[in-house]
Write a protein that binds this ligand. Structure first.
Ligand SMILES: NC(=O)c1ccc[n+]([C@@H]2O[C@H](COP(=O)([O-])OP(=O)(O)OC[C@H]3O[C@@H](n4cnc5c(N)ncnc54)[C@H](OP(=O)(O)O)[C@@H]3O)[C@@H](O)[C@H]2O)c1
Length: 246
């Protein structure tokens, strides 16, 4: 059966591990042509090799989402290589958990630069193209921490994920009928994210993540949003482990 995923060109940021890598494989298996982007190009090449071996279509691009020109160049290269872009998944993210009182402004800067500005740069690079072609889908990865403040420790991370959710909703209201906007809000999912906490909260985070659900749970949610008919806009999906209270 033909789905609304088949043949779509989907660019996924932060696709070298975790949710991004698994989503690339999941969508490619359903006929999407995927552009995978991140800084660790060796890991991206493995994702591409797996997809090509399975008969899918994929290419990798070196991307630091904090670099606006790099983001624009990757979107331009995706369009050059595949002929168009239909979906961007703004997925790259960091979660260094640490109480505010420890005042680690480098971590605050990094989360703002990757989680918020990286998402905005992705939107900036696709929006003129989506507008010109009269179609497109922006999928932003927020979090349950973008619905409820996760404190102490996750205050700045929550701030960035509230921002991603707010930007998604505002974008939806602004873009009109031709462009779809989805915010995905996962709870604990098995990935490398828990290792971005290196400070005093490290053991607490590792302990909390024992209840994490497989990464493919998020890939399924992303696929569900994409596969809807063009006039159906899935705006928010919240998913968490059944055992997760927060
Ligand atoms: N896992 C969870 O429990 C969970 C829950 C809710 C939301 N999320 C969100 O899901 C998204 C994906 O996270 P994950 O769980 O899959 O974690 P992950 O395995 O750590 O993946 C994070 C990805 O982000 C990329 N990245 C980080 N900084 C980047 C930069 N400057 N430029 C480009 N890419 C960058 C990393 O690639 P490189 O290092 O190769 O660049 C990596 O591929 C994040 O936005 C996260 O906040 C995760």
């Amino acid at each position: 059966m033909r789905t609304n995923i088949e043949n779509k060109v989907v660019l996924i940021t932060g696709a070298s591990s975790g949710i991004g890598a698994v989503t690339a494989r999941y969508l490619a298996a359903r006929g999407a042509r995927v552009a995978v982007a991140a800084r660790r190009t060796d890991l991206l090449q493995r994702v591409v090799a797996d997809i090509l071996t399975s008969g899918g279509a994929a290419r990798s691009y070196a991307l630091d989402v904090t670099d606006k020109a790099n983001m624009e160049a990757v979107v331009a290269a995706t369009v050059g290589d595949f002929g168009r872009i239909d979906v961007i998944v703004n997925n790259a993210g960091l979660m260094p958990i640490r109480p505010m009182i420890e005042v680690n402004t480098d971590e605050w800067d990094a989360m703002i630069d990757v989680n918020i500005k990286g998402t905005l740069y992705g939107i900036a690079a696709v929006l003129p193209r989506f507008t010109a072609q009269g179609s497109g889908h922006v999928i932003n990865i927020s979090s349950v921490a973008g619905i409820k403040v996760f404190a102490p420790g996750g205050t700045v991370y929550s701030g960035t994920k509230f921002a991603v959710r707010a930007i998604s909703e505002g974008l939806r209201q602004e873009v009109g009928a031709a462009i779809r906007v989805t915010s995905i809000e996962p709870g604990a999912v098995e990935s490398e994210l828990k290792h971005s906490t290196s400070g005093t909260a490290k053991d607490t985070v590792l302990d909390f993540y024992k209840l994490a659900i497989p990464t493919e749970s998020v890939a399924r949610a992303i696929a569900f949003a994409i596969e809807q008919p063009d006039d159906v806009d899935i705006n928010e999906i919240v998913l968490r482990p059944t055992r997760q209270e927060f």
